[in-house]
Design a protein around this ligand. Sequence first.
Ligand code: FES
Length: 362
Amino acid sequence: MKLTLSRLWRALCLTLTNQPSLTLYFLPLLQRLWPGFLAGLYRARLLSQHWQTPDMLLLSLHVSGRWPGFTPGQHIMLTIKHNGRYLSRPFSICSSLKLWQSQQQIQLCCKINPTGEFTALLAQLPNASMLNISRAEGDFCWQKPALPTVFIAAGSGITPIAAMLLSQRHWLAPATLYYRCRGLENAALLRELNQLAERQPLFQLRLSDSRLEPAAAWQQQLTGEVANQQFYLCGPGAFMQHIRAALLNSGATEGQIQQEQFGLAMPAVTTTTESLALSGHFISAGIRKTVSLNGQQSLLQNAEQQGLSPRFGCRMGVCFQCVCDKVSGQVRDIRNGALSGHGGEQIQLCVSQPVTELVIKL
Ligand code: FES
């Protein structure tokens, strides 16, 4: 029923405005009225930036009153505009719930890659820049604070764990944070965590410098006593895999271990065309290119694999940078499985998968 109504609404918008939504049609006007407005996202003003470590930058943001808030441990997509394109990346919130509730502020601690497309731009943003954030997502949250808990973090994996610890108001059981870093100068959010350890007797902070303490000796401390503990892991993929395996080998069960997975999940869509190769035609600058399309991938990925360079920003359906004309054929919206019509209309390449033979004007 909901799907039918949304299809009808989309069809009505296309008929009236030649756009799949009214918001998209009125976007230029809305952005004039509210600088930084983006449909489906919330505005956030950059208040300040401070280097936490030589490569970790702490951003303080004042967020829109419409933003619904977060559960400590969750992440948001941060969107910035650069050269007319919207770019988005996920970051965990590292500040306490209290900061948002009392001052409408959140903090993100971002690892800056000077040669990266996104984070290098963050380091150059002037204060008061208007950015966009998504709703908070993710289920990496401290679910049972009444049970003894061991947190294990490395690198920027400290960010969601810091939010959980700094937000905790009623301490009911001991919690220990094992924080592995290459030298104390590379440990972000250390001041806040040290202050917490000083005022909260149930919290212990155990820092480990990977240059001085061998991994095997450090790991032994984590896996010594696993019964009746819950474990929260966050860090580089290989680090988490390694620690997880060590905990399981020491007798911990899968249910005792939680770990962070970044990225906004798009639901998998079951389809009979998933494995079918479909043919498609991309028209770019008047030149028609006939290609084979993979029904399991977005049209943006399909086009890029064919050597084409369509315009894109967020790659997740929020910025509308990848909107282009479908001349004919049917596509599926990856986010909700909705099928388009077979005729001409505008589609978002990043969230559309081919269902039938297609002609797309890039
Ligand atoms: S790239 Fe942002 S909506 Fe497609």
